[in-house]
Design a protein around this ligand. Sequence first.
Ligand code: F3S
Length: 401
Amino acid sequence: MYLTNKQEAILKGEEGWAKKKCLEIIVGLGEIYGADRLIPVASTQISGVSYKTLGEDGLQWVESLATAKVVVPSMLNPAGMDLCFWSEMGVSEDFAEKQMKVIRAYERLGVITLCSCTPYLAGFAPRFGEHIAWSESSAVCFVNSFLGARTNREGGPSALASAITGLTANYGLHLDENRKPTVIVKVSAELRGLSDYSALGYLLGRMVQQDIPYLRGLPSLSVDEAKAISAAAAASGNLALFHAEGFTPESRGGVKEVGERLHIDDRDLKGVYDELSTIRSGKIDLVAIGCPHTSLAELKAAAALLKGRKISPSTKLWFFASLPVKVLAERLGLVDAIEETGGKVYTDCCMIVAPLERMGFSTMAVNSAKAALYAPTASKVDVVFTTLEKCVDIALEGRLV
Ligand code: F3S
């Protein structure tokens, strides 16, 4: 791989240990994947923030880089708790103390502590064609597919290494030839709400695996719908880019016919709700909305469904949003409207990376296929995957309805 004199000097340690280690990570990845050179990135988004997933070794790695500073705008994935209201959530002091050590370690590096999987809803949307190094899989799939930015699915360490060096290796989805659709997927299923788009994404990820799909037949693709597909497809099958006819900027002019064709219909979609739900009846401890983090429009829709009603005292209804979205929702009166019914809007964290398993929850309802897929393993809870409307009904009754 070609390296400039400056990059060679960094590898010799002339700009300090931290930068040398970070560049070694990037060059190492570039060599594995056959990159020809390193390219500059415009921003990074770093996973490995919740102490639940990062652990002590991860914390020590971040702290060990303390002599360095990030050189491009860099944000974080969700942490394990709301950084202000963790006690109200029921997070232990011990966990909170360790979580705040992680946050402070990133702060010392100059990272913007926006802890969200939807930075593109919070002022950090990359431009078309821009090279970036992001690691949250749902955000990677969204920005590649919907905005035309270019990023591989980075791990937390490689995204942090890019933040500190401003570089990534030129391979994978940074290259034109790897971004072309390779399989057509015809969608004839009727999509009635965000959870249907999430179910569609789940099927898509599972179906295509190594391919890049070109979706035909989508009636609409709003930002929220695109984020629902992206999150589920990235969770079920490592998908980092899809094309949707009429919506993906890189394929606006259409594509040449590609050989294979797959199909998703109503029956396939309905099957996802059954497949991902591990319970069919009984009490629900937590209804959790916001995987990926909610938009203003989602909070508005939920507030309208909840209007004039009270949620059951035996359950909790939690929404997860980025901090900027919550602030705007407060100004619109949406947070008050939700909290008057007994719900809560939390920031900085989510239902998967919060330590739910240590907080007394054993059953959860979600409208996200990604959350439903991950929760039984990540948070040791039984789960029901359903629509937003049904999630609200469950919260009102405190049990499956
Ligand atoms: Fe975001 Fe957590 Fe879901 S990071 S995509 S809300 S699992």
